[in-house]
Write a protein that binds this ligand. Structure first.
Ligand code: ATP
Length: 218
């Protein structure tokens, strides 16, 4: 077998706005799993939730502000450039075409992974990528059902698996628990409260400068 490239991480979401919970998860997994980079990919149209409060352009600009001084993180706009619903399988296939020799590691918070069986073509995702489930404080994996079976059958405990295979493994990884949510941040901003230290200052400056969140928009 020929040598593979260093794996990359892929973190998708609405990022409405991006905050320290997302960023801390990305850098911890970058370091723990020796990832080359983590691509942060805001969706254009979320498939499983209501429309974001901020436009795709604002959400993308906020991600760019957040990663500007962090060389391990990449602001990746491929879902916003692509028209139509943002299916993760399409994003992964696009990356696979661009990087045929690079293991792809899809990073998913455990709350998001609990809904994995409703994702478009979820059965195909492990053919294209590994899944890294980031533990968060208040969530547990189910003991039975589709998600439980998937984890039981595909789980790897040796992190070197992702260096030697292009796709197919599931890793569970505990991350520092930061109980921060974008919904709470939007509410705080709309009510005129100070959200500093929940998100990067550069992102907060952008929000203020462009009036991204106000009571009519959350
Ligand atoms: P909202 O509060 O509006 O639901 P969110 O903060 O959960 O938003 P998303 O953009 O929906 O943010 O999340 C993108 C990804 O980041 C998902 O995989 C989610 O599980 C994960 N995530 C969100 N918040 C945190 C956090 N505090 N710590 C670790 N991971 C998080």
């Amino acid at each position: 077998m020929h040598q593979l490239e260093q794996p990359i991480g892929i973190l998708g979401g609405t990022f409405d706005p991006i905050h320290m919970g997302h960023l801390r998860m990305a850098v911890e997994l970058h370091d723990a799993l020796s990832l080359a980079k983590v691509h942060i990919i805001p969706c254009l149209q979320p498939v499983h939730r209501k429309l974001p409060a901020a436009s795709a352009e604002h959400r993308m600009e906020m991600v760019k502000c957040a990663v500007a001084n962090e060389p391990t993180l990449v602001a990746d706009d491929r879902e916003i450039r692509r028209k139509g619903p943002s299916y993760m399988i399409d994003t992964l296939l696009d990356l696979r075409q661009e990087m045929p020799n690079t293991p792809l590691c899809l990073i998913v918070g455990i709350d998001a992974f609990l809904g994995f069986a409703s994702w478009h073509r979820y059965n195909d995702i492990l053919d294209v990528a590994h899944i890294i489930i980031a533990h968060r404080p208040q969530y547990q994996l189910p003991a039975t059902g589709v998600i439980a079976d998937l984890v039981k059958n595909k789980r790897q405990t040796d992190t070197s698996y992702i260096q030697h295979h292009l796709a197919g493994g599931i890793l569970l990884w505990p991350i520092t628990a930061l109980d921060i949510s974008a919904t709470d941040i939007r509410k705080q901003i709309a009510m005129g409260k100070n959200p500093r230290y929940l998100l990067p200052d550069t992102v907060y400056q952008y929000i203020k400068q462009h009036g991204v969140y106000n009571l009519s928009r959350i």
